[in-house]
Design a protein around this ligand. Structure first.
Ligand code: SAH
Length: 255
């Protein structure tokens, strides 16, 4: 006999940088529909105002595999929302869900809802640093060997890209930031770096510093910070960082 259980579904939802006003309409709908909400403690707390009355299962860092297993188990016959800060596919939980499904040959009713990633939230606070080609790198060596991170950073810098840095530092990994800034200094020089902490959260701050200044005060950068290293074309004027797209070369921008 076939199971009479009701049909489950897994939503993997990007919750954006923090402010619930930056949740998408679709994310809101899915959160409303969900019976269970699973996620990292920090991201669940940020959306606590919009998930009242739901069965919430919070866990900490390092518990991702457990969280994904539980979400998939519950999603067999319940509507489950697995939430990830920013966008779930950018240094988020979604790739692990796909990997787990592939490895175990599961068939799951699933919908992925994109979110505003930290890069998109933070860049307009500085100006328009990522309007041209850019490369995105995470300095977290929890899952990636440091030698690989370093190699990719050097290539991105040599390529002239604006380099956006996620996971620039943590309590345990202060040295990664210092090593990365030393590489920037060596390969690109003492350029300007945009620093945004806690974009669209309480305590939001943004500033632009030279690499040498960051090396003197590395504590300015923590795990809630994202960095924008100037590319070949990036300028910093009147307090704004800008990578022009080239309009001035083609059109007159005079009043
Ligand atoms: N999936 C997330 C990224 C998770 S990795 C996203 O799409 O945004 C965690 C890193 O993202 C942090 O170390 C930090 O570098 C960056 N980050 C996430 N939210 C941020 C915010 N509100 N302000 C600044 N940086 C943020």
């Amino acid at each position: 006999m076939q199971s009479q259980g009701k049909k489950g579904k897994l939503y993997v939802i990007g919750t954006g940088p923090g402010d619930p006003e930056l949740l998408t309409v679709r994310a809101m709908k899915a959160l409303n529909e969900a019976e269970y909400i699973l996620g990292h403690r920090k991201y669940i707390e940020m959306i606590s105002g919009v998930i009242k009355g739901k069965k919430v299962i919070k866990s900490g860092m390092g518990r991702e595999v457990e969280r994904v297993k539980l979400a998939l188990e519950l999603a067999k016959d319940s509507v489950v929302a697995l939430v990830s800060g920013g966008d779930p596919s950018i240094y988020g939980i979604y790739s692990l869900v796909e990997e787990y499904i592939l490895k175990n040959d599961l068939s799951v009713e699933m919908e992925i809802i994109p979110g505003v990633t930290a890069l998109c939230a933070a860049s307009p606070l500085l100006g328009s640093p990522v309007s041209g080609d850019h490369a995105v790198i995470s300095l977290s060596d929890l899952l990636t060997p440091w030698e690989e991170i370093e190699r990719r950073l050097i290539h991105a810098l040599r390529g002239g890209f604006v380099v956006v840095i996620y996971n620039p530092s943590s309590r345990k990994r202060k040295s990664n930031l210092i090593w990365a800034m030393e590489i920037v200094l060596r390969v690109r020089g003492d350029v300007y770096v945009g620093i945004v902490r806690d974009a669209f959260r309480d305590g939001e701050s943004s500033m632009v510093m030279r690499v040498s200044e960051i090396l003197k005060e590395p504590e300015i950068v923590d795990m809630s910070t994202i960095l924008f290293v100037s590319g070949e074309e990036t300028i910093f004027e009147r307090g704004r960082m800008l990578t022009p797209r080239g309009y001035a070369g083609r059109y007159s921008l005079q009043v």
